[in-house]
Design a protein. Structure first.
Length: 303
């Protein structure tokens, strides 16, 4: 398998994609354009799962459904599990559930508040960048792509010798290590995040099912064994995704078989610019037998 950016290139086209992002969070396409791309890709079932938001759902559905695409209402909620950040996909939730939207909104607002504090600290260091300027560039009330935010900071820093030599357009790992870790000038404590069990409860109360996104990326720490996920209210694990290599997928499928969880699939498409190894919706690294039957299995897990 060809490797790009240390990730497997998605080479198999599917009719089901349950993990997609729009410009409402950190994707590059509007919800309407994302829906058009899903239709062009030949998808039959799709979910726009923006981070900590369902603000793009109606726009996505308005374009997708008249074109014959079945839309699963969803979102991807940031949570904590065993002390680390994880992402929980919520599917089949009631998009009109005010309590659910308010709960997800708290997570969203905590994240945007974190970024505002970060840019306030950057401005206090003498860098000519304000939160108002960031919102003007990337959109108001949006949590965009981390790399874009850091590139905007480095561009604003210009020739400031303190920030010379940091690469723009890359992974920014050295900049983060030297400026953003605890004790560094641009460190801001992590924002509030709910526990995974709490998030799964929100999803169930909104009529949906909870699925742990790209579990192959989660560090294996005490308390993260998949055997306990069902007790937390999680119904499935994302197995086929552009974040997993074949070994990751194999391990996830084994966990699903062992603990009665539903394996799901999703490209985690953000746009070719952000994830060149995932250039279009509906591409996953490996073929799934009957993807539409998998969606039916997931739907049956609703309380």
């Amino acid at each position: 398998m060809t490797i790009v950016s240390d990730r497997p290139v998605a080479t198999v086209r599917t009719t089901v994609d349950l993990h997609l992002h729009s410009v409402v969070s950190d994707g590059d396409d509007s919800p309407a354009e994302l829906a058009r791309k899903c239709v062009a890709a030949g998808l039959r079932i799709a979910a726009c799962t923006d981070h900590d938001s369902m603000a793009g759902f109606e726009e996505f559905r308005a374009v997708a459904e008249p074109a014959g695409l079945t839309v699963v209402a969803g979102t991807e909620i940031t949570a904590l599990w065993a002390g680390q950040e994880v992402h929980c996909l919520g599917y089949f939730v009631d998009p009109d559930d005010a309590d659910f939207r308010a709960r997800v909104g708290r997570v969203h607002d905590a994240e945007t508040g974190w970024w505002r504090t970060w840019f306030d600290q950057a401005e206090a260091l003498g860098v000519d960048i304000s939160w108002a300027a960031v919102e003007g560039r990337f959109g108001k009330d949006r949590v965009g792509y981390l790399g874009d935010y850091l590139d905007a900071f480095l561009a604003a820093a210009g020739t400031d010798p303190r920030f010379a030599g940091y690469e723009r357009g890359g992974r920014h790992s050295r900049f983060i290590a030297e400026w953003c870790k605890a004790g560094q000038p641009l460190h801001v404590p992590h924002p509030w995040r709910p526990g995974l069990a709490e998030v799964a409860g929100w999803i169930r109360q909104a009529g949906g099912v909870a699925v742990l996104a790209h579990p192959g990326r989660i560090r294996e720490e005490p308390g993260t064994a998949p055997s306990g996920l069902a007790d937390l209210g999680v119904s499935g694990l994302e197995a086929w995704t552009t974040w997993h290599d074949p070994e990751d997928t194999r391990r996830v499928l084994e966990a699903c078989d062992s603990f009665g969880l539903v394996p799901t699939q999703g490209s985690d498409f953000h746009g070719g610019r952000l994830k060149p190894w995932s250039p279009a919706p509906g591409l996953v690294p490996e073929a799934v037998g009957n993807a539409e039957a998998m969606v039916d299995r997931l739907y049956e897990r609703r309380d």
